[in-house]
Design a binder for this molecule. Structure first.
Ligand SMILES: N[C@@H](CCC[C@H](N)C(=O)O)C(=O)O
Length: 275
C-alpha cells in the first residue's frame, strides 16, 4: 500500500499470528533489491484491550529495521484496508481512523512540545531551539521540535526545494541532541494556509511523503503564526490537509491506495535474515 508514494508492506496478523518480527526480518522485507521493498513495514496484530474498544494494534518498522511509534501515511492506508471507522493502538498512543473515498481522515492525537517528550538530550525551548552545528547552516537556523507520536525537527526556509536535505538530513537525524534520532522536515511558506514540505525520515531517508512530518510541520507553522488551520501541506508525492487548534488533536486528511497483494515464504526473510 502507499500514501502519496510513501510505501508500505502491510502484514495482517490480526487473525493468523505470524512468528515474532525482528529488525533483521523487517530490513530484509524492506530491501528494494532482494526483498519486497518499502519505506516502512506495517504489522497489524490483535489489540491488548479489545474490551476498551481498541480494534487492533498497528506496529511500524522503518526500512532500517527500527520499530517506531507512529506513521501517518500508514494510518490512512490501514484505514482504507480495514474499511470502517475504528480506534487503534500504536506505540505512540491511540489514533482514530475513518476511511473516506480513496483515503482517510485520521485523528493523530495531541502534539507534545516539552523537550523530554521529543525527546531531546537536554532542556531547551522547542519553539526556538538555540542549537549549534549542523543545525545552524545558513537558512537552517532556529529549528522547532514537535512530537506527534514520533519525534520531528522542523526548519522553515525561503525555498524548501533548494535545501540540501539529502546531505543534511542524515547528519541531523543522528545528531546527539536527539537521543532517539529524529525525522527532519524542511518547509517553506506557499500561502497563508499552504506549506511546501520535504522530509528526511529517520530510518528510511528521503521519502515522497511523510504524514507525521506534515502534521508536525503544520502544528509548528500554526504555533508560530506562519499559517492558519486547516493547512494544505504539499509534499513531493502530493497534498495532505492538516487541521489543529492549540490544545486539541491533529486531524489529517489525505489519500491512500493498495498497490497489490501477494504471498512470500516467511523463512526466506525471517530465518535467512538472522543468519
Ligand atoms: N512515513 C511515516 C513516518 C514513519 C516513521 C518515521 N520514519 C520515524 O522513524 O518516526 C509517516 O507517514 O508519518
Amino acid at each position: 500500500m502507499h500514501g502519496l508514494g510513501n510505501d508500505f508492506v502491510v502484514l495482517d496478523a490480526r487473525e493468523h499470528p505470524l512468528p515474532p518480527m525482528t529488525a533483521a526480518a523487517a530490513r530484509a522485507l524492506a530491501d528494494r533489491r532482494t526483498g519486497i521493498g518499502c519505506d516502512q513495514l506495517v504489522l497489524l496484530e490483535p489489540s491488548d484491550a479489545p474490551q476498551a474498544g481498541h480494534a487492533f494494534r498497528m506496529r511500524i518498522f522503518n526500512a532500517d529495521g527500527s520499530e517506531v511509534e507512529a506513521c501517518g501515511n500508514a494510518a490512512r492506508a490501514v484505514a482504507l484496508l480495514h474499511g470502517e471507522a475504528v480506534t487503534i493502538e500504536t506505540r505512540g498512543g491511540l489514533i482514530a481512523l475513518e476511511p473516506l473515498d480513496g483515503g482517510a481522515r485520521v485523528d493523530m492525537g495531541a502534539p507534545r512540545f516539552d523537550w523530554e517528550a521529543i525527546p531531546l538530550a537536554y532542556a531547551m525551548d522547542t519553539a526556538a531551539m538555540p542549537v549549534g552545528w549542523p543545525m545552524d547552516q545558513g537558512e537552517l537556523a532556529q529549528p522547532m521540535a514537535v512530537n506527534v507520536g514520533n519525534p520531528h525537527v522542523i526548519f522553515f526556509v525561503d525555498d524548501a526545494d533548494a535545501a540540501a536535505l539529502e546531505t543534511l538530513g542524515p547528519v541531523i537525524e543522528h545528531d546527539p541532541l536527539f537521543p532517539e534520532r529524529v525525522n527532519v522536515n524542511i518547509a517553506s511558506l506557499a500561502g497563508p494556509d499552504h506549506l511546501k514540505l520535504r522530509v528526511w525520515e529517520r530510518g528510511a531517508g528521503l521519502t515522497r511523503a511523510c504524514g507525521t512530518g506534515a502534521c508536525a510541520t503544520a502544528v509548528a507553522g500554526i504555533r508560530q503564526g506562519l499559517v492558519h488551520s486547516p493547512v494544505r501541506v504539499s509534499l513531493p508525492g502530493g497534498d495532505l490537509v492538516i487541521a489543529w487548534t492549540e490544545g486539541g488533536s491533529i486531524l489529517m486528511n489525505g489519500p491512500a491506495a493498495e498497490s497489490f497483494r501477494g504471498s512470500f515464504d516467511w523463512d526466506d526473510f525471517a530465518l535467512g535474515a538472522e543468519a
